[in-house]
Ligand binder design. Structure first.
Ligand code: PA5
Length: 401
């Protein structure tokens, strides 16, 4: 029934995000190439759905030392993220390291009004004006926003900034495979066509996302209302935060589609293995049986190293010799999963063959579809966010808008 709801909505073209894998991205690629040729540094300004997906893919594919090593960048610009906070200390840290003589701002906001991005954007634009003047500032600002509405659209049209539109039927948290994610990612050399191909190959009628949603839904209806996602690949840690928003903002709803108060609240937790084995593992195994666990592993890592033999007279370390790091990582994941299963904690494991654009595209789209199915099972509106909007309204009141 829930599956039919989603597939029928998709068939009627109502689920904007399901069309994204098949979109023409030539214009985004062209603009990305222009920006990459013109600038040494790019600052992406976004928050929530205008930020988390880009970060997740960037960290998954480019790692954490991308900005530090020129040979890793292969001529592409450095990438910085701002706008996810108005903490001036965090902003100053970015200001201190960016090369402002050759910096572009990619300002991402679907509504075009959000205070975090807008305040950071205004500040950094002003900085650019001081450093490089009016003409270069105009060239250095690229916006990603709605095609027709919002304050950022108005500013874009007035100033003549280069811009790409966000499809009006794609919400922030479902937009990583649309312009908000694709433009910044293409600038740093991510193969966005492969990302989309991976998603496209996971057909909308594939059974697995629906099964995943059903398992989580059934667990929620039992006692497991907390849903832990725990990648065992360091570079997937930000995917956990992206999933956390997708699941929480889509499924945490006060009312069902009939308008009755239901307060649906499947609560996602972004965890990371093996790090959290040594931080949360005790709670996960022996605390209340109120959680499900989704592990994500990668079968063939980009690099692997073997532990050499060492300390021949110390028996306690001999077992490590000859094992490679990925074997150890998988052993850590398997032992955690078995330890949880021993005490009837529900677990599942998503295995990616490799961590590349194609497989990552599949993973992201898998979770987006699963979220759509889960929303249909709960009978709520998966695609609105009245709680977030209310917070924004109150903030505007406080700030005198
Ligand atoms: O997913 C969402 O709808 C939100 O997280 C928004 O992305 C976030 O509030 C930022 O909004 P906007 O991109 O409209 O500035």
């Amino acid at each position: 029934m829930a599956k039919r709801t989603v597939i029928e909505a998709e068939g009627r073209g109502e689920l904007g995000f399901t069309k994204l894998p098949f979109a023409d991205v030539s214009a985004i690629e062209e603009l990305a190439q222009e920006i990459a040729n013109e600038f040494h540094d790019v600052v992406v300004i976004g928050i929530g759905g205008s930020d988390l997906g880009t970060r997740a893919v960037f960290h998954a594919l480019k790692g954490s030392i991308y900005n530090l090593k020129e040979e890793v960048r292969a001529g592409a610009p450095r990438l910085f993220f701002a706008g996810d906070t108005t903490d001036p200390v965090a902003l100053q840290e970015i200001i201190d390291v960016v090369d402002w003589q050759s910096a572009a701002l990619v300002m991402v906001s679907k509504s075009g009004n959000t205070v975090e991005q807008m305040s950071v954007f205004i500040y950094l634009r002003n900085l650019l004006l001081e450093k490089v003047g009016d003409e270069q500032t105009k060239r250095a600002i690229i916006t990603v926003t709605d095609a027709t509405t919002g304050t950022l659209r108005q500013i874009t049209d007035q100033e003549g900034y280069r811009s790409v539109a966000i499809p009006s039927d794609v919400g922030g948290r479902f937009s990583v495979l649309a312009s908000p994610g694709l433009l910044p990612l293409a600038i740093v050399g991510v193969d966005i066509r492969s990302l989309l191909k991976g998603a496209a190959d996971l057909r909308v009628d594939d059974e697995r996302p629906a099964h995943y949603a059903l398992i989580q839904y059934a667990a929620y209806r039992r006692t497991q209302r907390i849903h832990v996602i725990m990648p065992y690949t360091y570079n997937l840690r930000e995917v956990g935060f992206w999933f956390r928003q997708l699941w929480a903002e889509s499924l945490g709803k006060a009312k069902n589609l009939e308008g009755s108060e239901v307060h649906v609240s499947p609560t996602p937790i972004a965890s990371l293995g093996p790090t959290d084995q040594h931080s949360q593992g005790q709670l996960y195994r022996e605390g209340a049986n109120d959680k499900t666990y989704t592990f994500v592993t990668v079968r063939e890592p980009r690099v692997n190293m073997t532990i050499p033999a060492a300390f021949p007279r110390v028996e306690g370390v001999q077992y490590l010799a000859g094992h490679n790091f990925n074997e150890i990582l998988l052993a850590e994941q398997q032992s955690t999963e078995v330890a949880l299963q021993e005490v009837d904690r529900p677990t599942c494991c998503i295995v990616l063959d490799r961590l590349d654009e194609y497989h990552l595209g599949q993973l992201l789209f898998f979770f987006e579809l699963a979220t759509a199915y889960a929303g249909a099972l709960f009978g709520i509106n998966t695609y609105d966010q009245p709680g977030v909007e209310r917070g924004k309204e109150l903030m505007y009141e406080i700030l005198g808008k």
